[in-house]
Design a protein around this ligand. Structure first.
Ligand code: PLP
Length: 309
C-alpha cells in the first residue's frame, strides 16, 4: 500500500485498515470538538529479531499500561491491550519493519437517537458512547546498534504553559505546539519547558520528550513526576529501571543552565544530546560521555529484548 500522506502508508479506523487518504471520522467526535481523547506512539523495529524474525513493538506492555492509565483518567471504556492487535495488523498490512505507529482513542460521536440535541456538544459526555479508534503507521529510521552516537538537537527554553495533568497522554497538545513554534522561531529544534512552582522555576520536560541532565556537581537527574506536571515517558521509565545512577528529583532552571550535559528522552528521540541551549553550547556543543552511555545502553536493550524491556 502506498500512501501520499507524508509517508504514512497505512491507517486504521474503528476496526478497518485503510489507505490514509480514505480514513474518515466524524467532526462531531468529541476528540475533534473537545480534544477528548488520548494517544500513544509506538516504535516498531527489527533490531534483535534475528534472521527471518518479525518486526515488533518496543516495550509493548509499558505502552499498554500507560494507555490504560490515560483511558482510566478520562473514564473512556476501551480495552488498552487491543492496541497491540491493531499494531500487529498495521505492521503486517504495511510490511514495514522500522516504523512509528501513532494510535489514538477518543470518546466518540454522540449520536442523536434518543438524546437531547444539546448532547451533540455538552461538556459532560453522554453515557454509552462508542470510542473512536484511529491509528497509522509510517516508516522511521532504524535505531542502529552499530552506530552508537546519539542524535543531537539545539534547544531553546520556553514557558511551560500546559495544564496540571500532563501525566495523561492527552491529544490536547496546544501548549506543546505553541512552545515548539516559539522554539522554531528562535532557530531551535525543540523547546525545553520551564514551569513556575513554589520551589521556583523548574525544568519539566521537552516539548516532545522527557528531560535528563548531568548537573554541574555530576549528579545525573531527570525531573521527578511530582516535581512538575510531566508525562511518565516510556523511554524515561526504561532508563530509570536500567541505570541505578539516574536519579529523580527537582531540576531547577539554574541546574539546567549550569548542566554539564542535557538530554532528551523519547520513543523517537531515544537519548538525544542537547548541544545548544538558548544559543549557548552545552558540553562544548557535542554529546557528552553520560549521554553517549545512556544512548548506547538503550540501543542495546532495544536490540536484546525479544519480548518486553
Ligand atoms: N514528554 C512529552 C511531552 C512527549 O510528547 C513524549 C513523547 O511523545 C515524551 C515525553 C516521551 O515519552 P515516550 O518515551 O513514551 O515516547
Amino acid at each position: 500500500v502506498r500512501g501520499v500522506y507524508a509517508g504514512v502508508v497505512l491507517a486504521y479506523v474503528n476496526g478497518e485498515l485503510c489507505a490514509p487518504e480514505a480514513a474518515r471520522v466524524s467532526p462531531f467526535d468529541r476528540g475533534y470538538l473537545f480534544a477528548d481523547g488520548v494517544y500513544e506512539a509506538l516504535r516498531v523495529t527489527m533490531a534483535g529479531a534475528g534472521a527471518g524474525g518479525d518486526p515488533r513493538v518496543v516495550a509493548p506492555h509499558r505502552h499498554v499500561r500507560r494507555l490504560a492509565r490515560s483511558l482510566g483518567a478520562l473514564s473512556i471504556p476501551w480495552p488498552a491491550g487491543e492496541m497491540l492487535t491493531v499494531a500487529r495488523q498495521l505492521i503486517e498490512g504495511s510490511r514495514l519493519s522500522e516504523a512509528l505507529i501513532y494510535f489514538q482513542v477518543t470518546r466518540g460521536v454522540p449520536g442523536l437517537a434518543g438524546r437531547a440535541p444539546q448532547a451533540l456538544r455538552t461538556h459532560v459526555p453522554p453515557a454509552g458512547l462508542t470510542p473512536t479508534v484511529f491509528a497509522f503507521i509510517r516508516p522511521m529510521p532504524r535505531l542502529d546498534t552499530a552506530e552508537l552516537a546519539p542524535p543531537t538537537k539545539r534547544c531553546a527554553t520556553g514557558a511551560d504553559m500546559r495544564w496540571l495533568r500532563c501525566d495523561i497522554k492527552s491529544i490536547a497538545l496546544l501548549g506543546n505546539v505553541l512552545a515548539s513554534v516559539q522554539a522554531a522561531g528562535a532557530g531551535a529544534e525543540e523547546a525545553i519547558l520551564l514551569r513556575s512552582t513554589p520551589l521556583g522555576r523548574v525544568a519539566s520536560e521537552g516539548s516532545l520528550t522527557n528531560l535528563a541532565v548531568v548537573r554541574a556537581d555530576g549528579v545525573l537527574m531527570t525531573p521527578a513526576l511530582e516535581s512538575a506536571s510531566i508525562l511518565p515517558g516510556i523511554t524515561r521509565e526504561i532508563l530509570l529501571d536500567n541505570n541505578t545512577d539516574l536519579a529523580e528529583g527537582v531540576v531547577t532552571e539554574a541546574d539546567l543552565r549550569a548542566a554539564r550535559e542535557v538530554m532528551l528522552l523519547g520513543t523517537t528521540a531515544a537519548v538525544t544530546a542537547v548541544t545548544h541551549l538558548d544559543g549557548a553550547p552545552v558540553h562544548d556543543g557535542g554529546a557528552g560521555p553520560i549521554t553517549r552511555r545512556l544512548h548506547a545502553g538503550l540501543m542495546e536493550l532495544v536490540a536484546r529484548a525479544r519480548e518486553d524491556i
